[in-house]
Design a binder for this molecule. Structure first.
Ligand SMILES: [Zn+2]
Length: 322
C-alpha cells in the first residue's frame, strides 16, 4: 500500500501571481493563447511553451511576465505558447494535481502521425492546432515543474544537436539525456526535433517544485537564458559557476502493480545515493536497490500509477567538451 501523501502546501503568493489567460485568447497570432514578439529581422523562430501540463503553473507566470515586459528581441521571432490553457483554467487549490490534463496527457500525444490523428480528445485537437507553430520553430523550450522539491533539470534527447544546445546554454547544472517514455511521445520528442535529417532542437526544463513561487522565477530565468544564449537579447548569458553534470538514464522503473509499489523513504528529485545495493523501493515482493555507486534518482513519482514510470536511475558525469 502507498503511504498517503500529505496534501501539498501551495505558496499563496503563487496563487496570487496566476495570470488570467483569457487576455491571450485572441492574441497576436493565428493560434489561440500564443503571443509572438517579432523583431522584423531575419533570425531563428524560438517557441517557449508552458502549461503542457495544466497544473504546472510556474511557466505560465514566467511567460505572462515576459509578455508584459515585451523584451526587445534583436533578431528573429519569439512565440510564447500557453499549451493546455483549458486544463490550467480548472486549477483547484484543494486538489492541485487534478488538472494536469483534461482527457489525454498532452505530453504523450506528439507521435509522427499526429496531423491525421482522429482522436476526439481536447489535448489531441489542441496539439494538432499547434502543429504549424511547432513545425515552424528552430528552437523550442518546454517549461515544466516537478511534484517534489529538486533543483532545475534539463531533459534533452539523444541527438548531438540537443547536447549542443545544452552545452551552449551552460545552465541548468543538471542535464539528463532522456530518450522518452514508453507510453507516448513528448512535445520535445516530436519528429521535428528528433529526426536525424532535421535541424530544429528542443529542451524541456523541469524548473523546480510545482507549488513554490521561486519556481516561476527559475522558469523566467530559463526563458531569458535561452534568448541570451541565442544572442536574441543583448546582455550576455550568465553561466553557472558549477560545471554542468550530464546524466545518462540507465533504468526506468514501471511498477508491476502500482498499488504494491512503495519507496523505502521519501526521496527528493536528483538525490544521489552513494552506495550500490541501497534499498530504495519495493515493487510487491521485489526489492529495488541501487545498481551502482553514486546513483542519481530522477523524478520519483509522488503517486506511482499503473503503466507509468515511477522512477528513473542515472549516472552523472561532467559535461564532455565535445
Ligand atoms: Zn510536466
Amino acid at each position: 500500500m502507498h503511504p498517503v501523501p500529505t496534501p501539498p502546501v501551495i505558496d499563496q503568493r503563487l496563487l496570487d501571481a496566476l495570470p488570467d489567460l483569457e487576455r491571450y485568447a485572441a492574441a497576436s497570432t493565428a493560434f489561440s493563447h500564443v503571443v509572438s514578439i517579432d523583431s522584423g529581422l531575419v533570425g531563428p523562430h524560438v517557441v517557449i511553451s508552458a502549461l503542457t501540463h495544466g497544473n504546472e503553473v510556474a511557466g505560465a507566470i514566467a511567460l505572462d511576465r515576459l509578455i508584459r515586459e515585451n523584451p526587445a528581441i534583436s533578431h528573429g521571432r519569439l512565440s510564447l505558447c500557453f499549451v493546455n490553457y483549458r486544463a490550467y483554467a480548472q486549477l483547484d487549490p484543494a486538489a492541485p494535481f487534478g488538472n494536469r490534463f483534461l482527457q489525454r496527457d498532452m505530453n504523450r500525444v506528439w507521435h509522427g502521425s499526429l496531423a491525421s490523428d482522429p482522436t476526439d480528445a481536447w489535448e489531441v485537437r489542441r496539439a494538432r492546432e499547434l502543429l504549424p507553430l511547432i513545425q515552424s520553430s528552430d528552437f523550442l523550450l518546454d517549461l515544466h515543474t516537478m511534484p517534489r522539491k529538486a533543483p532545475p533539470l534539463a531533459l534533452i534527447g539523444p541527438a548531438a544537436r540537443h547536447r549542443d544546445l545544452a552545452r551552449a546554454m551552460g545552465w541548468p547544472k543538471w542535464v539528463m539525456i532522456d530518450p522518452g517514455h514508453a507510453d507516448g511521445k513528448r512535445l520535445t520528442d516530436y519528429h521535428h526535433f528528433s529526426d536525424p535529417d532535421r535541424y530544429a532542437s528542443a529542451m524541456l526544463i523541469e524548473c523546480g517544485y510545482h507549488f513554490d513561487l521561486r519556481t516561476a522565477d527559475i522558469a523566467y530565468r530559463a526563458c531569458r537564458h535561452l534568448l541570451k544564449t541565442l544572442h536574441m537579447l543583448d546582455s550576455p548569458a550568465r553561466v553557472s559557476p558549477d560545471p554542468a553534470r550530464i546524466i545518462t538514464v540507465t533504468h526506468s522503473l514501471v511498477p508491476t502493480t502500482a498499488a504494491e509499489f512503495s519507496f523505502e523513504r521519501r526521496f527528493d528529485g536528483l538525490q544521489v545515493i552513494e552506495k550500490a545495493g541501497t534499498l530504495i523501493a519495493r515493487d510487491g515482493s521485489i526489492e529495488i536497490r541501487t545498481p551502482y555507486d553514486d546513483c542519481v534518482l530522477l523524478m520519483p513519482a509522488l503517486l506511482p500509477s499503473d503503466g507509468a514510470t515511477a522512477l528513473r536511475l542515472g549516472r552523472a558525469k561532467e559535461f564532455p567538451d565535445q
